[in-house]
Structures are given as C-alpha cells and as structure tokens.
Design a protein around this ligand. Structure first.
Ligand SMILES: Cc1ncc(COP(=O)(O)O)c(C=O)c1O
Length: 500
C-alpha cells in the first residue's frame, strides 16, 4: 500500500459525504483527516462513520460538519514514540493515529499496518548455500573451533580481496586488537585513528595502553582527511613522536583516499592497519578494499554486508604476521606436546560452523553489493532533489558497496532536524540511525588530541550532527524501499516544521 502525501488525506469540513466517500476510495487508507484552513485537525472520518451516517439517513450531499462527533480525535504529538502510538491504538481500538504539531495541525498519520512490518537498518541475508555448508560441519562433526571450513574461508576470503594470507577471528574487534599488537603497539605508543567510526576501531588502541590521536574526515568520501593526517604527522614529528600505527577506516562501504593517505604514512614510516570492517566488496582504483594496509580487518557481525552472525578476519601479505595472529588467537600455545606458553594469547578464533556460513555468504557477496547499490540508487533517484540533503559521495576511482546509504542534512538546526526525522521514521517502524558519533566527541576519549580537516572546519562533527543512515539491507523488498523513500520525503517536511 503506497504512502500518500498527507494533503491527499485531508478534507475541509465543508466537503460532502459523497466527496469524502470518493476520497476514501481513492486513497484506500480507511481514514480522512478533516482540517480547517490553517491545517488544524478537527476530526477524523472513517468508512464506519460514513456507514453510520447513511444508516441514520444523512444525505450524501450533507457536509462533514453535519456529522455527529462523539469525541475529540485521538492524536499524538510529534514527541510520541512508536510505543505511545501503539498503546493509543490498542486502548482506543483504532488502526490510525494522526500526529499533530504544537499548533494542532495534522502533520502525519501512523497506521497499524506499518507497525506490524518493521524495516530494519541492515538485517542478515542468508540462503540455502549457507545451510548446506553448516550441515556439512554438523555431518562431519567439525563443530569445535577450527576445521576445514575455517581454512577454506580464510583462503577464499584472501583470494577475493587479492591478499596472500588471512586469519579468521571471533570478531572484527578481535582482529583489530591482534593487528595492532602485531604492529608492535604497546603502552606509551601513539596510534593515529579516523575519528568518524564505530568505537571498536579505537578501543583496542586504548586497551593496549597506547594513546589514540584522532583524524577528521574529508567532506567528499567522509573518510580520513589526508589534509588533517598530514597536519598530524608533521605536528607529531616536530614533537619527536613517531606514531606506531594508523587505523584508517573505510566508512559505510567505501574506501578511504588511499592514493593520498598511503604515501603520507610511508613518508613518516607509519604502518597502516586498514579497518575494512564495513567495506568488504568495495574497491578503490580497481583494488579491493582491505588490500591496502600492512594488515587489514573485516567484520562479519550481524549487520555487515555478509555475516557469520559474529566473526572477523585479519588479512595481509606478510605470512609471518598472519601466522603469528593465528598463534596469538589460539591462546599463544607453543609447539610442544604439553601446554607451553611464552606469549600472552587470546581465545579469538572463529568456529568451523560459523566459517561454513561465511563461505556460503562469500559466494553471494557480489550480488549483495549490487543489491545494496540498487537500494542507494533508488533513494537517490527518489530524494535527490531535496534541498539541503547531501548524499555520501562516491568520488572518482571509488566503487562503494553502499553498505549503508547515508546522507547529511546541511544548514542551520541540522541536528534538530536529524533527530526529528529519526523520531518520525521510528514512529513509522523504520530503523534508521545517526551517522557515527566521532571519537573526538566521545566522553570515553575526552582529552585525546584531534586534527580537524581545517582549522575552522570540523567535518566529522557536521556529518554526525546532520547525518542519517537509512535502511540498506540487500533483502529489502521493493515495497519497503518505496515506503522508506516516501516516509523520508514526508518526514523531512515534518522535521523542518518541528525545527522551526
Ligand atoms: C568500522 C568498524 N570497525 C570495527 C568493527 C567491529 O567489528 P565486530 O563487530 O565484528 O567486532 C565494526 C563493526 O562492528 C565497524 O563498523
């Protein structure tokens, strides 16, 4: 059922019952909103009201104002949550709830049908192949950690990224922790890190006793600003500090500007740990994302483009480093008959069952990329002309997976409008999220150094304040995608009004 612009559901009190019936027929929502000249909601009229009026002998030429009104309309305010709306529907046994603003104007309508069909941000998308591979793990009794699926998953993922070696881990965070340790990061070290990211990119730095220095984004790709990175490297060098590593994040399915970033890091002798948790399947100048760093990390958690329910991978071309990662991730056991330990180790390996899921998922990666790109294209086509809305760009040389379709609201009151739009979408049972809150704004990292894109331009802060990620799953139906487009269009009008 397509969503309609709210105006099509509104009629003045002078409309006749006949006109109202025709409107109910045309809009097929089961309700019209009766509003005055200022748009204030006077009452609602349903099929049932018209039926009762006909039975009472009211002529079809009578105006709506002639209908009896047993009670004021049941409405919610712009602050109401989805739960409030549902509670009202249940209490009043109604299926539609108009939303009114502070002046009593009808600004939105929520229907019970929407509340029974949630649209998720990025839900797992699995198929028969995964089931067959997991079945194989069961049949062969390879349930315990490690086994043939793990070995094969590592080989197949390395081949798909174009790197020599890979070690499967229990999560992307575990892979980041291992990667930093293998690059020698320890207490007292400084590690550069993209600020606009999920907290897992930065936490292992702190957990190893090192200090993160955060780098801003650049406005186009939203990834690490080479300009800010250059400023940080120069400033630290002037203080006699050589960062031990740089965690460069590829955001929302898109690589960072590696042609600018890599030479800078090489110039200062800083190895890159590429956080490609969100960018499996993307490429930059024809090279796969995750193939640029000395080491790189992928995540297969439940919301990623492919998932093993939970899991990660550390990849690279240095066989010794990856072999060492395998050792550290299995409690760092030495090659002896008994249990001999020299190094500090972890229990970070992926299980053979989950690796089976991963192998199946890897086979459909390209299809998943195409589906997510199609979701983004549909959003951009439907909403591309909305003023003040800027999509995350895909600059020349980039092939993004559009893991998450993201845009930023620009101009004054961006954060208020962002929050109003998120509230609006949630009220309609659509899961959207703010763009990551940058690390330099997190209380956890208060006091850490930060290098902005320019002295007067904090790009990642602006992306956070106005940025929204829309539902982007590869398993979204055409109807769900259309519903999100229509809701965003309607919600932006509501958001603008509530910010005013
Ligand atoms: C940029 C980034 N880095 C690291 C991670 C951590 O991955 P995981 O959840 O598999 O530990 C995630 C996602 O969760 C992420 O988005």
């Amino acid at each position: 059922m397509p969503l309609l612009p709210l105006a099509q559901l509104c009629l003045p009190p002078s409309a006749t019952l006949h006109e109202t019936l025709a409107r109910l027929d045309a809009t097929a929502q089961g309700i019209v909103l009766v509003t005055d000249a200022q748009g204030r909601l006077l009452r609602t009229v349903t099929d049932g009201d018209l039926r009762r009026a006909a039975l009472a002998g009211t002529p079809p030429t009578a105006p709506l104002s002639a209908l009896p009104m047993p009670h004021a309309p049941h409405t919610v305010s712009l602050q109401a949550s989805q739960r409030d709306v549902l509670a009202l529907m249940d209490a009043q046994r109604i299926d539609h709830v108009p939303v009114v603003d502070a002046a009593g104007r009808a600004v939105d309508l929520v229907t019970r049908r929407e509340l029974s069909q949630r649209v998720y941000l990025s839900s797992p998308h699995l198929g028969d192949e995964e089931v067959a591979l997991v079945q194989e793990a069961f049949s062969s009794n390879w349930i315990a950690p490690l086994g043939p699926h793990v070995d094969a998953f590592e080989r197949e993922l390395a081949a798909s990224v174009g790197v020599q070696h890979a070690a499967a881990t229990s999560s992307g965070t575990a892979a980041l922790h291992l990667g930093l340790r293998l690059l020698g990061v320890g207490p007292g070290d400084v590690v550069l890190c993209s600020s606009l990211t999920f907290v897992a990119s930065a936490n292992p730095i702190k957990q190893l006793g090192a200090t993160p220095v955060f780098i801003d984004s650049e406005p186009q790709s939203w990834n690490m600003s080479p300009q800010a990175l250059a400023a940080a490297l120069a400033a630290l060098q002037a203080e006699g500090i050589r960062p031990k590593a740089a965690v460069v994040v590829n955001l929302y399915g898109q690589s960072a500007e590696m042609d600018a970033i890599l030479p800078l890091l090489e110039q200062y002798g800083v190895p890159m740990l590429e956080d490609a948790a969100e960018s499996l399947g993307a490429s930059y100048n024809g090279r796969a994302s995750g193939s640029f760093g000395r080491l790189a990390v992928f995540s297969f958690n439940g919301n990623k483009i492919i998932t093993t329910s939970g899991g990660g991978m550390l990849v690279g071309n240095d066989a010794a480093l990856i072999e060492h990662a395998r050792k550290l991730s299995t409690q760092a056991r030495e090659p002896a008959r008994h249990y001999e330990h020299v190094e500090d180790g972890y229990n970070y390996r992926l299980s053979n069952v989950l690796a089976g899921i991963g192998r199946g998922q890897l086979r459909v990666l390209e299809q998943r990329v195409q589906s997510r790109r199609a979701v983004f294209a549909q959003y951009r086509d439907a909403l591309g002309t909305v003023p003040g809305l800027r999509w995350m760009a895909e600059p020349d040389g980039h092939h993004s997976t559009r893991w998450l379709s993201a845009f930023v609201l620009e101009g004054g009151d961006a954060q208020t409008r962002r929050d109003a739009l998120l509230d609006f979408l949630e009220r309609h049972n659509v899961e959207a999220r703010p763009v990551w809150k940058p690390m330099h704004l997190q209380p956890l990292y208060a006091g850490c150094r930060y290098f902005a894109h320019t002295t007067d331009q904090d790009v990642s802060r602006a992306l956070f304040e106005g940025g929204i990620c829309l539902p982007s799953g590869s398993n979204m139906s055409a109807a769900q995608r259309a519903r999100v487009c229509e809701l965003v269009a309607r919600g932006l009008g509501v958001a603008t009004r509530s910010a005013a």
